[in-house]
Design a protein around this ligand. Structure first.
Ligand code: MGD
Ligand code: MGD
Ligand code: SF4
Ligand code: MO
Length: 712
């Protein structure tokens, strides 16, 4: 029996856990790891449920053209076929005929290698990943305002040491449950928690102030809060002068956002807008009286509720404006942060699986970055392709005249998790070749021409970068099942068959060493991090450049200067636009979507774990709406948008606004309804707001039976 310390396979908290195993695999607490202090949510405790499960893929599958069925084949046959068809398609249509789709759950080593495989082996520009569905709006806003995007620019535990915490569109009590203890401890110390969400979630139950806006109106709320702060003279003039630029324009732009106007747009009472602003400008101090002259420390954290909108990046900018105006960014235990989502939501966005990016968070259009990375790879900088299409635009181009004809997917269950999913499924069907590497036969893998079975987390090692920018190490605990390969081996196998000009290592530590060199000098500099340091130090925070003496890593950023060349933070003028689709006569309610505690993402992994409840989707709606529709709890209701329709049981709850319904996306259905309007800056789709019609579901009749008209 071996026992290793490692991290959970799911969300960005990357809780530390101990795995003991050989045949069976047991999860136990790793108390010393400070991020979760031995706590796990039920997904973490049950994570070993896919070990030895019949649901695991253990052999490559090839779709038989005659029957349409899969048949099991050997690895050589599968990889030979994929390489031959890639070669043939590229010979006819050019390099960009092949696309690569990655995931924010992949280790840093895999994300890096996927980018290298696309640019140096396939020479395609067509690579992007599911991080576009996730935190791309916050990343885009953070880069523009603060000059550098690291989800949380401080350790998560700093949450306990602020005075006023504002959560905009985060339900962390269900999406990262061990993190909720920081909210409890902050309140025990006398700090205040504000939660902004159209639903009174378990997170909102912990709030001192709960604000319940109409979906998609957070931007207007932020403008209103800043209006009150300006009007009451609460802005920090010294800070504005010494650490920021651009406030004057923003000040003028919020002049017209008086609280009564905000109330009309957001549904949040004008008094509550004033109350929120007053709290932010207050002298509330957690943990004792403090210096009476010193203003409260304010920490604003956004998550998907604020970000997954066609106005998501402007919304984040508006909240950063609020934090900057109060002098909070770059102050200890205060400032702005984004709660990333996927296990490697942070590292996955730094090492080159994004359409416009090279390793180290470098831009693919920057000649110096191209020269540096080409040097590490041993290729001519000229040979590196340019910027490709963003995730949703890439999916929409599949199988079109000038779009890719083949796609390789590593780490995303696209047909469930992309917006407007029925159209996405049509695009996948239009491909000449769809290859999916996965650990289970996900709904997307089930559509593939070739399925490649890969190892899961406990069967391989690799680094992840958690929501704090802390690079941590997952360690292998058990031998993989016979027949599966790692993603790194798959990529190396294809590269060899494609006559690759570059070597692709298969040992993850070797890949990390290369990643360090490729990231050196970039914004996300990992060059001073080693696997041994990670083991010794409970992770290392980037940036951590290599040098003659070991760099300590950077737990807290921006204390001295922001990431822009002049060291100043930038205010940005942003306007409220609202969601691309708002309710009207035909579609009178808002539909929003999100998560429940016991399921993860598209559910590809967690729906296959027996210890987790698999309830199927539901439609959360308010008793007033239920009454109007004539339905009650548990009865099937039909939700329809301009794109599709679904039926699921009603879950009647006073926790939600009466004008809004909520459906989780862990099961097929709701993404056939969601809107694919994209944020212009980040290309993030609008998962969190569209217009819908809800009705009592028509009785399900056997086919051929016509409903009978009952006379009144
Ligand atoms: N249990 C569980 N945990 C997870 C995941 C999972 O699938 N399951 N996934 C992980 C990933 S990848 C991510 S990205 C994170 C996401 O973590 P969160 O962002 O916390 O999760 P969501 O449920 O998507 O959205 C949060 C809240 O936004 C609210 N909301 C909806 N519309 C709006 C709006 O217009 N404005 C505001 N202010 N709020 C709105 C929803 O009601 C919801 O309560 O979770 C991570 N953790
Ligand atoms: N309506 C709605 N839709 C949403 C959201 C929402 O809030 N509402 N949220 C969006 C967000 S934030 C996200 S992050 C996406 C997530 O949605 P997806 O991108 O679909 O994420 P997962 O369901 O985690 O899919 C990961 C797939 O990769 C497989 N996998 C896991 N580990 C590995 C590995 O190491 N290698 C390989 N090759 N495969 C692996 C898993 O089995 C699974 O099939 O969904 C987005 N979609
Ligand atoms: S909170 Fe996230 S990382 Fe922690 S156990 Fe749950 S799913 Fe895993
Ligand atoms: Mo996410």
């Amino acid at each position: 029996m071996t026992s290793v310390t490692t991290h959970c396979p799911y969300c960005s908290l990357q809780c530390g856990m101990r795995l003991t195993g050989r045949r069976s695999l047991e999860v136990s607490a790793w108390e010393e790891f400070e991020v979760n202090e031995g706590k796990l949510c039920r997904k973490g405790w049950s994570a070993a449920g896919l070990h030895g499960s019949r649901e695991r893929l253990t052999t490559p599958l090839l779709r038989d053209r005659a029957t349409g069925e899969f048949r099991a084949v050997g690895w050589d046959e599968a990889l030979d076929l994929v390489a031959a068809r890639i070669g043939a398609l590229q010979a006819v249509h050019g390099s960009d005929a092949v696309a690569v789709f990655g995931g924010g759950g992949l280790t840093n080593e895999k994300a890096y290698q996927l980018g290298k495989f696309a640019r140096a082996v396939l020479r395609t520009s067509q690579i992007d990943y599911n991080g576009r569905w996730c935190m791309s709006s916050a990343a885009s806003a953070g880069t523009r305002a603060l000059g550098l995007d690291r989800g949380l620019p401080f350790p998560l535990a700093d949450v306990e040491r602020t005075d006023v915490l504002v959560l905009v569109g985060s339900n962390l009590a269900e999406t990262m449950p061990p993190a909720a203890r920081h909210l409890d401890r902050l309140r025990e110390r006398g700090g205040r928690v504000v939660v902004i969400d159209p639903r009174r979630t378990p997170t909102a139950e912990r709030a001192d102030l709960f604000v319940q806006p109409v979906p998609g109106t957070d931007l207007a709320l932020a403008l209103g809060v800043l209006h009150v702060l300006v009007a009451s003279g609460a802005v920090d003039a010294d800070y504005l002068a010494s650490r920021t630029t651009g406030f004057a324009g923003v000040r003028d732009s919020v002049a017209a956002w008086w609280p009564e106007r905000v109330e009309r747009v957001t549904g949040v009472g004008a008094d509550q807008v004033r109350e929120l602003a007053a709290l932010l400008a207050s002298r509330v101090r957690a943990g004792g009286p403090g210096d009476p002259g010193e203003r409260a420390r304010v920490m604003v954290l956004t998550a998907r509720g604020a970000e997954q909108h066609s106005t998501g990046s402007d919304t984040v900018l508006a909240w950063i404006n609020v934090a900057l105006a109060l002098g909070q960014c770059g102050r200890e235990y205060a400032g702005y942060g984004c709660l990333t989502g996927q296990g490697n939501g942070q590292g996955g966005r730094e090492h080159g699986q994004k359409a416009d990016q090279l390793p180290g968070y470098r831009s693919i259009t920057d000649p110096a970055a191209r020269a540096h990375v080409a040097g590490v790879w041993g290729v001519d900088p000229e040979s590196l392709p340019g910027k490709g299409r963003s995730a949703y635009e890439l999916l929409m181009a599949l199988g079109t005249e000038d779009g890719p004809k083949a796609m390789l997917v590593h780490g995303s269950n696209i047909v469930l998790s992309a917006p407007n999913a029925a159209v996405v499924a049509e695009r996948l069907a239009a491909l000449d070749l769809l290859v999916v590497a996965d650990i289970v036969l996900s709904e997307t893998a089930a559509l593939a021409d070739v399925v490649l079975p890969v190892t899961q987390w406990a069967e391989e090692s690799g680094t992840m970068t958690n929501l704090e920018g802390r690079v941590i190490l997952r360690q292998r605990a058990v031998t993989p099942p016979a027949g599966v390969r790692t993603d790194l081996e798959v990529l190396a196998g294809l590269a060899a068959r494609l006559g690759s000009p570059v070597e692709l290592a298969t040992d993850p530590e070797e890949v990390f060493t290369e990643l360090r060199a490729a990231s050196a000098g970039g914004p996300a500099d990992y060059s001073g991090i080693t696997w041994q340091r990670i083991r010794d130090e409970q992770g290392v925070f980037w940036p951590c450049p290599d040098g003659p003496t070991p760099h300590p890593g950077t737990p807290r950023m921006f204390l001295e200067r922001f990431g822009h060349p002049d060291g100043l933070a930038r205010f940005h003028v942003v306007e409220h636009r609202g969601p691309a689709e708002v309710p009207d006569e035909d579609y009178p309610v808002h539909l929003t979507t999100g998560r429940v505690l016991a399921q993860y993402q598209s559910g590809a992994q967690t729906r296959r774990i027996r210890d987790l409840p698999d309830t199927g989707p539901f439609v959360e709606l308010h008793p007033l709406l239920a009454m109007r529709l004539g339905t009650c709890d548990g009865e099937p209701v039909e939700v329809t948008t301009r794109r599709g329709t679904m039926v699921a049981p009603a879950r009647v709850s006073e926790a939600i606004r009466p004008d809004t319904v909520f459906v989780p996306f862990h099961w097929a259905g709701v993404n056939r309804l969601t809107n694919d309007a994209l944020d212009p800056a980040s290309r993030m789709p609008e998962f969190k707001a569209c217009a819908a019609r809800v009705a009592v579901a028509p009785a399900v009749l056997p086919s051929g039976v016509e409903p009978v008209e009952v006379p009144a």
